[in-house]
Design a protein around this ligand. Sequence first.
Ligand code: ADP
Ligand code: MG
Length: 738
Amino acid sequence: MVPSSRSAIRIALAQEHGAPSSAPSKKPSEFFGADVFSMAVMRERLPRPVFARLRQAAREGRCLHEGDADIVASAMKDWAIEHGATHYTHWFQPMTGCTAEKHDAFLTPVVNAEGVTAVIHEFSGTLLIKGEPDASSFPSGGLRSTFEARGYTAWDPTSPAFLLENSRGKTLYIPSVFLSYTGESLDRKTPLLRSLQAVSTQALRILRLFGNTTATRVHAMVGAEQEYFLIDRRYYNLRNDLVLAGRTVFGARPGKGQELEDHYFGAITRRVIDFMAEVEERMLALGIPVRTRHNEVAPGQFELAPMFEPANIATDHNMLTMEILRMVAEKHGLACLLHEKPFAGVNGSGKHNNWSLCDSEGNNLLDPGSTPMNNAQFLVFLAAVLRAVHTSAKALRLGTVGAGNDHRLGANEAPPAILSVFLGEQLTSVIEGIASEKPCGSKESSWRAGMMEVGVSTLPPLPKDIADRNRTSPFAFTGNKFEFRAVGSSQSIAPANIALNAAMACALDDIATELEAALSNGKPMVLAVQEVLACMFRTHLPVVFNGNGYADEWQEQAAQRGLPNLKDSVTAIAAYTDPEVMDVFLRHGVLTERELLARQDILLENYIRALHIETKLTAEMGRSCLLPVAMRWQKTLGEMALAARTLCPEEDKGALPEETYYHLVRTHVIGLVRGLDALDACHARLDAMNGVLARAKAARDELKPRMDECRKHADALEILVDDAEWPLPKYTELLWQC
Ligand code: ADP
Ligand code: MG
């Protein structure tokens, strides 16, 4: 018998000591990538010329030609079946924010006059390259009407296929793009691949100017740190808000929150470490190079981080990681919450998107390097980053929109919605010096008396640990990479990286064009670079901010500097159609105009849906779950107050505490009833409204404050009503029980 009430779960938890988990019999190095149809496996199983062409196609982000596809498909099928697979699926990332899959068996029926007489294992190149799910229910923002509902999935050979297990067998997952009948992108992967191509092309132009003739491609590299909460699944199942919306719409603050900061980097409990270990085993088998695990700031909050990888693979791997976290949690009797703000009053969760550019020869282009020319090239890439963030801030902000993330950004626990760049004092003084075309002073004179002549002198050694000196910046330079910290924990990192790569492609394009013009006018390279850098740094210094991003003064200062502050998702999404934002995506073909407009629509719809679900949950739980209990308690208190007045001696009959208590509860019961009525009325009004932007604005401005009003009364009642009667697990139980 599974205990289901709060008190039964509490008793059960106190008695449980957790079964010891069996350790894996193999070392990680022995099972790393075991479930991946990797390049190494392909090299082994494919004819040499086919493998060479496949690798080339993967490098250049192209499709395979049909003859090769048949051979690859057959090898992939054989490998998968040998490893226990029964089905395959094109695995894609529609605009829902989740992944999507539709499984087909590897079986082909043998049919004759008597019907199906046998089945054979078959998988052709055509099936590998193109799937055709009935895709009418995926959001398309008007790119596809239901009568032409066909969407196509196509294997993305830059990301390897892999196996996922269920209790009866395995399925082969084939990472895919998702396109409409007319070839428009309906997913997040297609524009990501296009953005990677764009940034590579423009970065190569710069490398060529610096005399590099050998690099063939520049890759954006990404390492995504993932935060999450874990709670006991029995409590989770008792809360519809957590099950359906991923966050609590009610819940009074616990007696103890995160104020002691004793959870951050604290000892990891047995139950959690068992969970983490299994998550890591599964990740490693799927070739996801997970390395780091620790307790985060809030109670019940944790983080994991893999090693960085090429951005498209890192994106797929992060989607997979979130899936693994959810699945393994369930197995361990836990629920993994990926929402940006599951609990009011304690920190929410984010995702730090660590990003850099690396050429095909393995050189990190954001690493200052050791020679003057390396330094000059680094400064050019640095200038491009500043230009990208400064001029494309609104486009970058779009990479972080979502109803959940609105609870975090700017709420003194996550960077503000203003995009600025943290460089640290030393690097800032270098670029200030270049901007003023004068030698600049450095506090630490570890390098020649502050002289920085581009292409002639070398940069001072930059401290690698500057990351930890500023946790409030949304975009921080951390030694040899940038950390974009505004992405939400539940979000795909694709939108952030699409915007980042697209913005970088534009900035690099501008800089390369200027340098090329100067060189063709006969200017020596060193001088051309010095001049372009001076101009770039002067123009874009306002985006550099090394101070406290949480401080109120920063909001004012940022406004004076002309930095946009798109405080909430609706405002940010509305800016999608600003010409300067559209240009970021249009210029190098990352998105077409039709795709852009469709995306704006989809993002607004997603926002509205999220708020409608929360509204309905608030109304439902408020009326059917909380009010009955609160009203019964009010009745009990009323009876107590009446008895007190009857029994109390005459001289004590002033203000009776029983009566005060009763009136307090009654006030909040009435407040909650009225709040819920107002919420319902508002919801009905919004449903009847036209125009997606108008509805999204109304959801933000009307539904949210009314939900907050309901919550205020419900949370007050939680503290006043008999604990034995309260129907929902409380924050203390949710946050401090694993
Ligand atoms: P922290 O941010 O805690 O200082 P690290 O700097 O070690 O930790 O790394 C955080 C994340 O950044 C990891 O996922 C790591 O792989 C990634 N990372 C490290 N170097 C790079 C790089 N050059 N490009 C992209 N990501 C990187
Ligand atoms: Mg970090």
